[in-house]
Design a protein around this ligand. Sequence first.
Ligand code: ADP
Ligand code: 5GP
Length: 193
Amino acid sequence: MALTETSARLTVLTGPSGVGKGTLVTRLRERHPSLWLSVSATTRAPRDGERDGQHYFFHTRERFDALVAEGGLLEWAEFAGNCYGTPRQPVEAQLAEGSPVLLEIELEGARQVRRSFPQAFQIFLAPPSFDELEQRIRGRGTDSEEAIQKRLARARQELEAQAEFDAVVVNDDLELALAELERLMGLQGTSLA
Ligand code: ADP
Ligand code: 5GP
């Protein structure tokens, strides 16, 4: 089935590195087990504790390029020196089954999905301030100084694009941001909490 023929809800969540996307997505999935999160392919090296097939599919650049060439990715982009992309088939299968689907992807990927699947609901997650964003990236302690600088430069570009999105959620108080995401995604009724 073509992606555009499905009626199930596809949500795209975008926001600068360190804003709290991963934290909020983990909370959303705990509270709404029926929400299906796409596992992306990437050429980035795994961080401590990240598992292949669970957090990402970790690929060589050659394998990633082959996936692109065979049309296996719904969208893909380069981010801070690495490639990231959404495997197409599992997303189409989940939507065809009627499951709500969530993509947590950066700006260029969100733009590609906007063109190929305009029905998707696109949410931008913003930090309360740029200083707070920098503190969160540094506080996470997972990235080198070079990677932090690339991510902060990219963050400025992403923040300028927030008006393109259907909704903007500011992740200041985590619980309030979580509630707002649930409301926007129509998930309140399905919570186990
Ligand atoms: P992203 O996935 O967007 O790169 P993370 O989820 O890894 O961001 O969060 C980056 C850091 O910010 C983590 O250390 C996380 O615990 C922290 N964080 C997330 N949300 C908040 C919040 N609302 N207030 C304070 N710190 C937060
Ligand atoms: P990280 O390296 O911090 O896990 O992710 C870096 C950035 O890549 C984040 O903004 C994240 O949203 C984005 N990203 C993760 N998976 C994908 C994907 O499949 N496609 C695109 N376009 N971006 C992705």
